[in-house]
Design a protein around this ligand. Structure first.
Ligand code: ZN
Length: 279
């Protein structure tokens, strides 16, 4: 029996705008509704960024709290992951909503160039975010945008700043960072098994690579991430009608690869998370 696939839905992100695809959920109500549809389609982990009314990225704990509350209510057992990503947010603000104790939060373990900017994660910020997650018992998702970040994760583990078993995400297809190539992913997964043998993993393909990378993940025994944060299209000439549309495609990909889709309960078990809080 193969391991069930945890499907992550990255519902909003910090860059996509309604002018690119009107289905991008911006307000908390839109985000909750879009998450519920994705959950009903088979997603069991939601990756959350929040936005201000003008669509600019926000770190507002109030917005995060509203989205968290709505998802808890409408998507029983779904794993909630807050982004601590930096685009458009200053470094101090990035850890601010963690006191809300989401199940997980993203943690990039190094800096990298993106297409037109530096995604800055200096060592002290990485340590501060990791320590805050430890204090609030939040499981980090290690974001690997470049090879060194994988080894940095091992180093954080050795120094007691994160706890095993780790969950690692490889992000592929961002200009100036890792290319979306299957043999690169194969190498990354091989290294992961070598230095962090009990870690679980997922890969995200950005833009036109989204479903190609999802396919590799399904075939290679990993988990899948899709959503309007990573791309706005289902195919070259078709916009996604919403996050659920993309999750439906991920579910089809699992079926073709002979993998089942994890339930919320299974997803928590696979990622070594405690059972959902009773509502
Ligand atoms: Zn994100």
């Amino acid at each position: 029996m193969s391991t069930p696939v945890v499907i992550t839905c990255a519902i909003t992100g910090s860059q996509t705008r309604k002018s690119m695809n009107p289905a991008v959920p911006i307000t908390p109500d839109e985000q909750i509704e879009s998450t519920q549809a994705a959950f009903e389609a088979g997603a069991t982990l939601v990756h959350v960024h929040v936005r201000n009314a003008d669509e600019s990225p926000s770190s507002s704990p109030e917005l995060f709290a509203r989205v968290q509350e709505g998802i808890d209510k409408h998507c029983p057992g779904m794993i909630i992951q807050f982004s601590t990503g930096g685009r458009g947010r200053d470094s101090e603000a990035r850890g601010k909503p963690l006191h809300l104790r989401p199940d997980m939060a993203s943690l990039a373990t190094g800096s990298v160039n993106f297409a037109t900017m530096i995604y800055e994660n200096d060592p002290s910020l990485v340590e501060t975010l990791a320590q805050t997650m430890l204090d609030f018992e939040i499981k980090p998702e290690i974001e690997v945008f470049d090879l060194a970040m994988l080894y940095n994760a091992r180093d954080l583990l050795d120094r007691g700043l994160i706890k095993a078993p780790l969950h690692v995400q490889f992000v592929m297809g961002i200009k100036n960072a890792l290319p979306a190539k299957r043999r690169v992913l194969e190498f990354l997964v091989e290294e992961l098994h070598d230095i962090l043998p009990d870690a679980t993993w997922v890969a995200a393909g950005v833009g036109r690579h989204q479903f190609e990378v999802a396919q590799w993940c399904a075939e290679m025994g990993g988990n899948i991430r899709v959503g309007l944060e990573d791309g706005i299209r289902l195919s070259k000439d078709r916009l996604a009608s919403g996050n659920a549309d993309m999750v439906n495609r991920a579910v089809e990909i699992c079926a073709t690869a002979g993998r089942t889709v994890a339930t919320a309960e299974q997803a928590r078990e696979l990622l070594s998370l405690p059972p959902a809080r009773a509502q």
